[in-house]
Design a protein around this ligand. Structure first.
Ligand code: G3P
Ligand code: CA
Length: 243
């Protein structure tokens, strides 16, 4: 199994820079993060782009669903001005540009497959193709979408793939095995010391999101959590050095 760092920068260092932009990934690296988490979806012409929402309004100066705009239209948008004037002109990154940046920064990524509004199977195949063209760097896929997890396991079994959850279902172990996932990624609020111990004792890497509080991160690590995903990698890395 891939070695997941104990702290992963959520959408980049998204407390300091506009989420899911190259700027946020660079800040994360500058603060000492080894990995970023980011959200991958498709433009209308089936290009892999990074954005969290299924519409453009919150994080760009565009409007409407992502999947109604082609790559050229998306790349023309400002994805930084909403956050701060100093980031005006920041663009929605392609997956390809992101992987290239991470390679030069010697960083890895948790790529969340986010098919809201597009075909999950098509998205998986485009991500696999991009990763085949990219240089080698540590990658952990994850998705809330069971179709996407199954598709990634089937067509790219060499890529570790986390099963993303908001809550832990009663039959989590059976479902985890059925999906053939490589890690459980869960909202930290849904985890208890008992459920964490069950997952850890089963030898399953356990990744929690989204934790910006140092004491809570320390508590989760004391439960055996492998990795926490945070908007504020600088703060967590300063308080909880590499274990
Ligand atoms: O991958 C963990 C976390 O990013 C999942 O939730 O909504 O921030 O993409 P969200
Ligand atoms: Ca995400």
């Amino acid at each position: 199994m891939i070695n997941i760092p104990h702290i992963v920068a959520h959408r980049g260092a998204s407390i300091e820079a506009p989420e899911n932009t190259i700027a946020a990934f660079r800040v994360a690296g500058a603060r000492g993060a080894k990995w970023i988490e980011c959200d991958v979806t498709l433009s209308s012409d089936d290009k892999c782009v990074l954005i969290h929402d299924d519409t453009l309004e919150r994080t760009t100066n565009g409007t409407g669903p992502i999947h109604h705009s082609d790559l050229a239209s998306l790349r023309a948008l400002d994805a930084g001005g909403w956050f701060s004037d100093i980031y005006k002109g920041e663009r929605i990154p392609t997956l390809s540009d992101t992987l290239e940046t991470l390679f030069y920064m010697e960083m890895g990524a948790n790529l969340e497959i986010k098919p809201s509004g597009c075909d999950p199977v098509r998205l998986c195949h485009e991500v696999i193709a991009e990763l085949k063209r990219a240089r080698d760097l540590p990658i952990l896929i994850s998705s809330f979408d069971d179709i996407a997890v199954a598709e990634m396991r089937k067509h790219a079994p060499e890529l570790p793939c986390g099963w993303l959850l908001e809550t832990l279902p009663k039959d989590w172990k059976t479902e985890y095995e059925r999906l053939g996932a490589s890690a459980i990624h869960i909202d930290h609020a849904a985890l208890t010391p008992v459920s964490a111990a069950e997952i850890v004792d089963a030898g399953i890497p356990l990744v929690c999101y989204t934790i910006n509080d140092v004491d809570r991160a320390k508590e989760l690590f004391s439960w055996g959590v492998t990795s926490v995903i945070t908007d504020d990698p600088a703060k967590l890395l300063a308080a909880i050095p590499r274990r």
